[in-house]
Ligand binder design. Structure first.
Ligand code: ATR
Length: 286
């Protein structure tokens, strides 16, 4: 570091296990940017002062993780329209009088899927889960023109809330027409579709519970063209194993993690990152 180093960082709680410093510093090295990146542990009740302090200390950009992705919105100067609809922000870009908030999770997953030749445009997507990650992914499906979206969850109320937020986006002409259905998780194998793309966005199957899977019915997997799990530890989940055995293309969440960081880096530094770095980042992180 020297007097001209731009300092970026991550705010959240906890932050000890984050891969963000490694990813951002690797990109900065490759881009020959004088930039450093630090994890900042922010205690409950101290988010506002943390954001104001970061701005006062000339912190160049921030990522935001659990549990502050929604709460941070009220401390922003501006918010991107998609992040506002999703109701969660994971990237803060410095402006003169504060930060502008973005959500790079949905764009990260979209670019990760495109890099594996998985395209949701005009396709049926079965989304498993209705938590914070699923919400961003559902909006990705609307933005990038999936034909039908089936949101499957145990708690139907949460799935319905996501459907309502997408229907609002259609009404406001932010999204073109998309049919959204709410489905109980136990009925997800009965969805009538062929060659669909399933995106697994629950926490089921996450290390150390590697023998768990959210759907075990074989018919569910037979209909899939591609199956995406946003989990990256383990690198092949039981969900992916079932899908692969049924002949679907599979991918895990490592590239989503990398691309959400790349999109954040691009927004914070107003640049374009060459995607050749992705393979290097996959090697470093795995
Ligand atoms: P994240 O921010 O990672 O999305 P989250 O908001 O806590 O995490 O959401 C977790 C998701 O995993 C939810 O969809 C949750 O389902 P419910 O809303 O019905 O609780 C889902 N999930 C967690 N454990 C599950 C289980 N054993 N079976 C089915 N779904 C599960």
């Amino acid at each position: 570091m020297d007097g001209k180093t731009k300092l970026c960082g991550l705010i959240g709680n906890p932050v000890e296990h984050t891969k963000s410093p490694l990813i951002h510093k690797t990109i900065a090295n490759r881009m020959e940017h004088n930039l450093d990146y630090a994890p900042f542990l922010v205690q409950e009740g101290e988010l506002e002062i943390a954001i104001k302090g970061a701005h006062a200390l000339n912190v160049w950009g921030l990522n935001v993780t659990v549990p502050y992705k929604s709460e941070v919105i009220k401390y922003l100067r501006e918010i991107d329209s998609y992040a506002k609809r999703i109701g969660a922000v994971n990237t803060l870009v410095r402006m003169e009088n504060g930060y502008k908030g973005y959500n790079t999770d949905y764009e990260g997953l979209y670019r990760a899927m495109r890099s594996e030749d998985i395209d949701i445009q005009g396709k049926d997507v079965i989304l498993l889960g209705a938590g914070g990650s699923a919400r961003a992914i559902a909006h990705m499906c609307a933005k990038y023109k999936a034909k039908r979206l089936f949101i499957c969850n145990r708690n139907l109320h949460k799935a319905q809330e996501i459907k309502d937020s997408i229907d609002d986006g259609v009404r406001d002409n932010e999204y073109s027409e998309i049919e959204v259905y709410v489905v109980s998780m136990k009925d997800c194998a009965d969805i009538s579709t062929e060659k669909s793309i399933a995106i697994q966005a629950t926490s089921v199957g996450l290390y150390p519970n590697v023998d768990e899977v959210v759907v075990s019915t074989p018919q569910f997997y037979e209909k899939l063209e591609a199956a995406v799990d946003i989990i990256y530890a383990p690198s092949e989940t039981l969900f992916m194993k079932h899908a692969k055995a049924a002949g679907a293309n599979t991918m895990n969440g490592i590239k989503m993690l990398i691309f959400q960081a790349i999109v954040a880096y691009e927004l914070i530094n107003q640049c374009s990152v060459n995607e050749e770095i992705v393979q290097e980042l996959v090697r470093i992180i795995e």
